[in-house]
Design a protein around this ligand. Structure first.
Ligand code: PMV
Length: 333
């Protein structure tokens, strides 16, 4: 009962921020993302009687049951898996990311999408995108979207049991191959406030949260339509506005959650200046200090050249629409 999967991360154009049900990981709003080629998690799982306890090795480090990092994430996820599958076998999980973990680079999205697929394969659970995305959702909300490739929408859903809150593909990874995201890593340090705690506090205390919810549906409709029309200006502009609205709710949370650093600000201002010059680019930022610059293929070299001159850049990663989760034969142990 061993299986492996590889899943790409994703970056949201219309963000998910806030849950209506913490247990079932149901969002207050729908979201749209691009699955990112080459930023992936590779995960192997094995359920077997030879294991006397669950084991998790993430990027070469063992994360033990009983720690918060284990219990709140993989531990909870495995309880769901055991409830669905009926298995009481223990499992060994080994997972590697090829990009910084927990620094606002959607590592949990790739990780839980790969884990959901590997576990489903190993335990013979349904492998269709709807079921896989609903299982991935129980590990991390953003993982719901990483199950599919290209541009993906995670439907908020209306039902209390979450059975209509899953991912659907808007277009696949070959539809708009010129679309690029340039990920500017301004710090590789782990963020202080994890997205789960951050969003819960925002929902509870930000006076801006209501306004966020009132405008998201409109952003979803605009971005969905603009993707289908390959209207880069509308996608970029709306995604940037949506990101700033989400950060407005974070900044006005009590106590404030400010994910940006000096490097983040430097790039925000630069992108706005470049646009005035005619170099069309937009930014989006998640729960961390990294800036993702959206542009078209023709402008990548010029933008990367400029980004590399900034003082706070630790890494630059160029990505484009990538594929959904895949089962692979390559086992990590
Ligand atoms: O599901 P999480 O815990 O990875 O939260 C994701 C939150 C954002 O990255 C800020 C937005 C998003 O939709 O990916």
């Amino acid at each position: 009962m061993k299986a492996s999967a590889i899943a790409n991360a994703n970056i949201a154009l219309v963000k998910y921020w806030g849950k209506r049900n913490k247990e079932l990981m149901l969002p207050n709003n729908g979201s749209i993302s691009m699955t990112t080629e080459g930023l992936c998690a590779h995960t192997t799982v094995e359920f077997d009687e030879k294991y006397t306890q669950d084991q998790l090795v993430l990027n070469g480090n063992e994360i033990k049951p009983g720690t918060e990092d284990y219990d709140d994430y993989v531990g909870k996820f495995l309880s769901v898996v055991r409830q669905i599958s009926g298995t009481d076998l223990k499992v060994k999980i080994v997972s590697n990311n090829n990009f910084p973990t927990a620094a606002g680079l959607a590592s949990s999205a790739a990780g839980f999408a790969a884990l959901a697929a590997a576990v489903s394969k190993a335990l013979n659970l349904p492998m269709d995108a709807k079921n896989l995305s609903m299982l991935a959702r129980r590990g991390s909300g953003s993982a719901t979207r990483s199950v599919l490739g290209g541009f993906v929408e995670w439907k908020r859903g209306e039902k209390e049991d979450g059975s209509d809150s899953y991912a659907e593909q808007i277009v696949d990874e070959n539809f708009w191959p010129e679309f690029r995201m340039i990920i500017c890593v301004t710090s590789k340090k782990e963020k202080k406030v994890k997205s789960r705690a951050g969003m819960a506090q925002t929902v509870k205390t930000s006076p801006m949260y209501k306004a966020w919810l009132e405008t998201v549906d409109n952003d979803l409709e605009t971005v969905r339509k603009a993707i289908l029309e390959k209207d880069f200006t509308t996608v970029g502009k709306t995604a940037e506005e949506n990101c700033l609205k989400m950060h407005a709710t974070m900044i006005t949370t009590k106590p404030p959650i400010i994910y940006w650093n000096a490097g983040t600000m430097e790039i925000i201002h630069a992108v706005m200046d470049w646009r005035d010059e005619g170099l069309e680019s937009y930014f989006t930022i998640d729960a961390g200090p990294q800036v993702k610059i959206m542009c078209l293929e023709k402008d990548v070299n010029e933008i990367v050249k400029r980004v590399k001159q900034f003082s706070h850049i630790e890494d630059v990663i160029i990505t484009k629409p990538g594929s959904g989760v895949k089962i692979v034969d390559d086992h990590l142990f």
